[in-house]
Design a protein around this ligand. Structure first.
Ligand code: FES
Length: 511
């Protein structure tokens, strides 16, 4: 495929357009009321809420703030999370499905009210959200989803037509949703947090939690954060605490391009019902109306084709329907999906009252993270919250399709564990081109070898430091990605995504 039309480098527009403040590394023992691990939307919203209530709060991030999934989202603020409500009614009944909707609807309202309250300029735009289909098989699914909207009193309608510049067979609307610039919003929340006394630390990786009188976060540099409560908002929980998260969710990647196109959309944000996913929303960059086109997702480390092809598929789709003039940005995101598609928000296990987790947003992080921050704040304040039980990580998992997925996922894991150990390729390292990678055997050891643009060769042990699966090369992001639970590493072995907390071992090639 011709990939010349795409930017060479993956860069999130959100990051490119906002200067997020930077903070020092933690280099001492500290004591706080609430230690929050993870400086994304969940962690910062929780810090904002708790500090308003007078809690002494710190936020630590293994890298820099807002550089995880929050900085790589499509930033739709909506309770329309694809086709979900009909399925939720089947698994949780109308009451359960209503709880999911209301939690996310309230989260949307909370974001809008917070923006208004603090006069935050973040390009908030109210608009309707649509699920469309061009597949005959999915028409019934859309109709059933519409029936679910009616049962749950969700404002919406179904029709055969919409504002997209190509025909659709059916389209389901949820009215009065929104989108915005997430980093402009969160940058202001960080400022308010600082005014409330919240301390931020970057490049501070949390390794584990120890219990004494209360929980203590232990960092990579062996510093201690003594807490009354810990919130794990680190995407993948760094501390499992026997919650068995590796067998309760899987990691998936998806791709986004920001394109200048001849054809525009007049309004609305869209997602299709079928696969591969195509997500469409308008965005204004440098006073020009562009489109953010996302999707083409797959389980992390388990794509059947080179990762760059996913961007190319998005490009082809955009060009076919909107006529691309240029692509300004491309970037990708990592998301976690739980067994029943409902996030895990609450105590890490029923027995550990002071350690909380929020994870598994299934690509719908803007409202799910805000709901998580609100819910965890209430739990810490001992305040009743009607969503506690529904989102509890310790709930009984009821969803049949997701359990099937889980089973097939586990076979994938086994396959990768075995395949990784047996497979050996013999591409000569000398034959590598710049910006190319291969798997080779160095001194009897399986090595992932990458030659950078300056011709420097980097080699790492391909055994994932989490539970020992073999990592795969990702040529779109120049990273080593683990197919088992989604850990990702740079070509020098540094961690990009957990659950791994240790880098890949470097191998000296003696070149
Ligand atoms: Fe679990 Fe790699 S992420 S083994």
């Amino acid at each position: 495929m011709d990939q010349n039309n795409l930017p060479n480098k993956s860069t999130s527009y959100w990051h490119d357009s906002v200067d997020v403040p930077h903070f020092p590394k933690l280099n001492e023992k500290i004591q706080v009321d609430v230690g929050i691990v993870g400086g994304g939307m969940t962690g910062i919203t929780a810090a904002y809420l708790l500090s308003q209530q007078g809690f002494k709060v710190c936020v630590v991030d293994a890298g820099v703030l807002l550089n995880g999934t929050t900085g790589h989202t499509t930033a739709k603020i909506t309770a329309q999370h694809g086709l979900i409500y009909d399925e939720l009614i089947k698994h949780f009944g109308e009451d359960g499905a209503k709880l999911y909707y209301e939690a996310n609807h309230e989260a949307q309202k909370f974001i809008e009210q917070t923006i208004k309250k603090h006069n935050i300029s973040c390009h908030l735009t109210e608009d309707d959200a649509y699920i469309y289909t061009n597949s005959k098989d999915d028409i019934t699914k859309l109709e059933n989803e519409h029936k679910a909207y009616e049962k749950l009193n969700i404002e919406g309608s179904i029709s055969d037509d919409c504002e997209l510049p190509f025909p659709v067979k059916k389209v389901l609307k949820m009215t009065n949703q929104a989108y915005f610039h997430p980093l402009m919003y969160l940058k202001d929340l960080i400022k308010i947090c600082q005014e409330n006394g919240v301390k931020f630390y970057e490049q501070t990786r949390a390794l584990t939690i120890e219990y004494n009188k209360g929980p203590t976060i232990i960092t990579e540099d062996d510093h201690r954060i003594i807490c009354r409560y810990v919130i794990q908002a680190s995407h993948y929980p760094f501390y499992d605490g026997q919650g068995f998260y590796p067998v309760k969710m899987y990691a998936a990647r998806s791709y986004i391009i920001a394109a200048k196109t001849k054809k525009k959309i007049k309004g609305g944000m869209y997602i299709n019902a079928e696969t591969p996913t195509r997500s469409i929303r308008p965005i204004t960059i440098n006073n020009e109306d562009l489109l953010l086109i996302g999707g083409d997702g797959h389980k992390t480390g388990q794509s059947n084709e080179p990762m760059m092809n996913h961007y190319e598929s998005l490009y082809q789709f955009t060009d076919k329907h909107f006529h691309v003039e240029s692509v300004l940005y491309r970037w990708s995101a990592q998301d976690l999906v739980t067994l029943d598609k409902v996030p895990y928000i609450g105590r890490v296990t029923k027995a550990q009252h002071n350690v909380f987790v929020a994870t598994g947003y299934r690509k719908w992080g803007m409202t799910n993270s805000t709901n998580a921050a609100k819910l965890l704040t209430d739990l810490i304040m001992d305040k009743e919250n009607s969503y506690e039980e529904f989102f509890s990580p310790g709930r009984n998992i009821k969803a049949d399709p997701a359990i099937r997925k889980f089973v097939s996922y586990n076979s994938d894991v086994a396959k990768h564990l075995i395949k990784g150990k047996l497979e050996r390729t013999h591409v000569e390292i000398e034959n590598l081109q710049s910006n190319e990678a291969c798997i080779s055997t160095v001194n009897g050891q399986r090595a992932g070898v990458y030659k950078d643009n300056e011709g420097v060769v980097h080699a790492v042990d391909t055994t994932c430091t989490h539970l020992g699966c073999e990592v795969e090369w990702n040529n779109a992001e120049n990273s080593w990605d683990c197919p088992c639970h989604g850990s990702r590493y740079t070509y020098t072995g540094d961690i990009l995504n957990g659950p791994a907390v240790k880098p890949l071992k470097k191998i000296d090639l003696g070149l």
